[in-house]
Design a binder for this molecule. Structure first.
Ligand SMILES: [Zn+2]
Length: 92
């Protein structure tokens, strides 16, 4: 029972720093999925090179994105988490 998607842009305003939360209020498995948008700032041939290195375990650099919540989004985030917390989880 997906409840919807909620987007949070970073305090810096970059579209590359956007988090998407997907709220699932299914009583059997209530959860909140999180995804971060990844930018394709490298030319295609460099991305292929990185992909090949990753496939063979040669990619030794971890890739992290960052995101910083806007103060005005804190209440929105609390409301989202409260909705998840208040799901009456079905016991198996
Ligand atoms: Zn940012």
């Amino acid at each position: 029972m997906l409840d919807g998607e909620y987007y949070y842009t970073c305090i810096c305003g970059s579209p590359d720093h956007t988090l998407r939360f997907i709220l699932d209020l299914d009583p059997e498995y209530p959860t909140l999925y999180t995804e971060i948008m990844m930018s394709h700032y490298q030319p295609w041939y460099k991305r292929v090179h990185i992909g090949i290195k990753y496939m063979f375990g040669m990619d030794t650099v971890d890739h992290y994105g960052c995101w910083e919540i806007k103060h005005e989004d804190v209440d929105k985030m609390i409301e989202l988490l409260t909705r998840l917390k208040n799901v009456k989880k079905k016991e198996n």
